[in-house]
Design a protein around this ligand. Structure first.
Ligand code: UDX
Length: 430
């Protein structure tokens, strides 16, 4: 990059924080990355990366001289005007976003006209306005506030950060800070949506809710295809070629997972409810997704009869390939439902086993895919890892006790599975 780049602070070294730190450093900024978790910062200082994300460790290593890790804000505040907040906003028991980490950062902000809080964490619409009110009450009214939601996907996070479909920058009125954030993103050449804070917050929630709706929609179409003999792959192709609809996020399967869709769809529904509006559509999107995860159990029972005493192999655990993230993963619901039916579940994932055992310690995990296939009456493809798509089905058939293969992602080659003498069943593919 030519010319000096604005140094930035990144608060929160989770998914969004680390990817933003690496991405902005790649663009030439000096980055001051802060997290209260001392063990995590120690790990990062040693050059280790606490999450699995392709290319992230390499990017942090490449930018070692430019990314500084700390457990306190002092260095970031001293060196940077723009402080990007990337802390977690997990759901509370009531289902809305837990803003305690955001609030702690708000408390720690300096009363300075030369600094800006740039919100990257996904927060309910209205959060920016109340933070600005808190700043005013605390005598920090001069501190600027910008909303700059992040749209990256896990598994391709760095590429998404550096090649976004759009950059959204929200500020109320004229804002030097919003101009500075726009300038940081300028080299990426992405369309810029410069808007107000409330709209920027809503864009993020609405985008995630729309994508989740698209998935639940095609999943219901797949379920109807199963009743009518149509093939959802053909239907999605035909429908997706309509430019007004588009081909992406029309892959039917065993439901969406991940932290964002599950969290943001309920957060938006509750945000509407708390404001007095009943968001009917999103209730159905959530319910369809929950039922979709469970439909595999019924499919297995149709082939095997009672599932009590059967051995079921789960191929993949992560909520999608190229991540070890287990948040909202359909595999967890599936494993729990199968266990409740009396089946013995043996699972294999190339990367996510450790994370899976943290949330479901009782899960029987195999060290290799052969371990999940061995003696199985049926196997379910849960996550479309390349390694699992390249399975030798003749060898798999020899290892399995039964013949049933449920393709929960419509990602296998049915002909290859059938050629091995196995029974193939996908989702909505007849
Ligand atoms: C999502 C959004 O895409 C991203 O913009 C936002 O910033 C965070 O949330 P992510 O959760 O990383 O990203 O994963 P994504 O690739 O969107 O997939 C989410 C889930 O939907 C996965 O479980 C995936 O398997 C599923 N999915 C996706 C489908 O079932 N069908 C599809 O057609 C697409």
């Amino acid at each position: 990059m030519n010319g000096p780049r604005e140094p930035i602070g990144v608060i929160g070294a989770g998914y969004v924080g680390l990817v933003s730190a690496a991405g902005f450093a790649d663009l030439g900024s000096e980055v001051f990355c802060v997290d209260i978790d001392e063990a995590k910062i120690e790990l990062l200082r040693r050059g280790e990366v606490p999450i699995y994300e392709p290319g992230l460790a390499e990017s942090i290593e490449r930018n070692r001289g430019r990314i500084h890790f700390s457990t306190t804000l002092d260095q970031a505040i001293g060196a940077a005007r723009l402080l990007f907040v990337c802390v977690g906003t997990p759901p509370t028991y009531a289902g809305d976003a837990d803003l305690s980490a955001v609030n702690a950062v708000v408390e720690a902000m300096p009363a300075s006209a030369n600094h800006a809080l740039v919100m990257k964490s996904t927060v309910p619409c209205g959060t920016g306005r109340s933070i600005q009110r808190i700043f005013a009450e605390q005598g920090k009214a001069a501190l600027a506030y910008v909303s700059c939601p992040e749209f990256l996907k896990e598994g391709s996070a760095l590429a998404d950060f550096l090649g976004p479909d759009r950059v959204v920058v929200g500020a109320d009125g004229d804002s030097w800070a919003a101009d500075a954030v726009c300038a940081l993103y300028e080299p990426l050449g992405a369309p810029l949506v410069r808007t107000d804070v409330a709209s920027a917050e809503m864009i993020k929630l609405a985008a995630n809710a729309f994508l989740a709706t698209k998935i639940s929609f095609i999943n219901e179409i797949a379920n109807v295809c199963e009743e009518t003999g149509a093939n959802v792959l053909e239907v999605a192709r035909g429908v997706g070629l309509d430019e007004r609809i588009g081909p992406k996020f029309l892959s039917a399967g065993i439901g969406y997972g991940g932290s964002c869709f599950t969290k943001d769809v309920s957060a938006l529904k509750l945000l509407a409810a708390n404001s007095g509006y009943h968001f009917q559509l999103l209730g159905s999107v959530i319910e369809v997704n929950e039922l979709q995860k469970r439909r595999v159990v019924a499919k297995l029972a149709r082939h095997l009869g009672s599932l009590a005493g059967t051995r079921i192999g789960l191929l993949g655990l992560a909520f999608k390939p190229n991540t070890d993230d287990m948040r909202g993963a359909s595999s967890l619901v599936l494993a729990a439902r199968l266990a409740a039916e009396g089946a013995h579940v043996r699972a294999y994932d190339p990367v996510a086993t450790e994370e899976a055992l943290k949330v479901m310690p009782e899960l029987d995990c195999a060290e290799d895919v052969e371990g999940a296939l061995e003696g199985a009456d049926a196997v379910v493809l849960v996550t479309e890892w390349p390694e699992l798509l390249a399975l030798d089905w003749a060898a798999a058939a020899a290892a399995m006790a039964g013949k049933v293969v449920i393709d929960g992602r419509n990602a296998l080659d049915p002909a290859a599975v059938r050629a091995a003498g196995l029974i193939y069943e996908g989702i909505g593919v007849g």
